[in-house]
Design a protein around this ligand. Structure first.
Ligand code: ATP
Length: 242
């Protein structure tokens, strides 16, 4: 079943067109990685899906309903949660408070503070600490946990490994594997190609606002992905399926 449908989406910042005619679908239970060089439009696309950026044209449908004009908080109540680039925690609030804030008026489901702490055991001893005192990896875990507190059906993750040591990234992804194994649908931006190809079932590569390559992670040739990523040999227009 299609959970998310993005159709001919255009996003602009003034005259700059950051997302150009992007279309793709994500089925329930899928894990899709969005890859592409800096400035390709990945963050803007995730923000448009979450309702944090108003698109210039095109549409976003969630579970069959057009949500293009819905404000972000209404999308959260439908089950779309964004873990933004840079985490955006409340620095003076404790871990637990940061999690609880996100639960206000939330959807019902399995996620609560204890469930998040079970999935991210590194947060257990930090529960009463202000978020400002946490390491980068711990902050990222809180940011993901905060999104889970809304009991999302679609989790949008923007560069969860940014600025973290590889060993910490491994720990965050291990915990994420638990979340994913419970049937979450995930669209994630990941700069690390190897990791993206390993964790995702499908990969969508963007270049200069366009989708230039799309296909099942297992069937995509790494060289082809690298070429699409850097725009070598021209655009593979139209999202060639692999
Ligand atoms: P990165 O990996 O660097 O985050 P990205 O693929 O997520 O890159 P975006 O952040 O979506 O790409 O940026 C797409 C384009 O839009 C870039 O040219 C960027 O400079 C521009 N852009 C992004 N945010 C803004 C903004 N707030 N105002 C103006 N231009 C912006």
């Amino acid at each position: 079943m299609t959970l998310l449908k993005v159709d001919q989406l255009d996003c602009r910042y003034g005259l700059l067109q950051a997302v150009r005619g992007v279309s793709f679908e994500v089925a329930q239970g899928e894990i899709v990685a969005l890859i592409g060089a800096n400035g390709a439009g990945k963050t803007t696309l995730l923000r448009a899906i979450a309702g944090a950026h108003r698109p210039h044209a095109g549409s976003v449908s969630f579970d069959g309903a057009d949500v293009t004009r819905l404000p972000a908080h209404r999308r959260v109540s439908l089950g779309i949660a964004l873990v933004p680039e840079g985490r955006r925690l409340f620095p003076s609030l404790t871990v637990e408070e940061n999690l609880r804030v996100a639960a206000v008026g939330n959807r019902r489901g399995r996620w609560n503070v204890q469930a998040v702490l079970d999935v991210f055991p590194l947060l257990q001893p930090r529960r009463k600490m202000p978020a400002a005192n946490l390491s980068g990896g711990e902050q990222q875990a809180v940011a993901i946990g905060r999104a889970l507190m809304s009991n999302p059906r679609l989790l949008l993750l923007d560069e969860v490994s940014l600025g973290l040591a590889p060993v910490v990234v491994d720990a965050v992804y291990r915990s994420l594997a638990n979340v994913i194994s419970e049937g979450a649908t995930v669209l994630l931006v990941e700069q690390d190609l190897t990791r993206a190809l390993r964790v995702a079932g499908r990969v969508i590569c963007m270049l200069e606002g366009h989708v230039v390559l799309e296909g099942a992670a297992q069937s995509l040739d790494r060289d082809r992905v690298v070429h699409a990523y850097f725009g070598l040999g021209g655009h593979a227009a139209g999202g060639a399926s692999a």
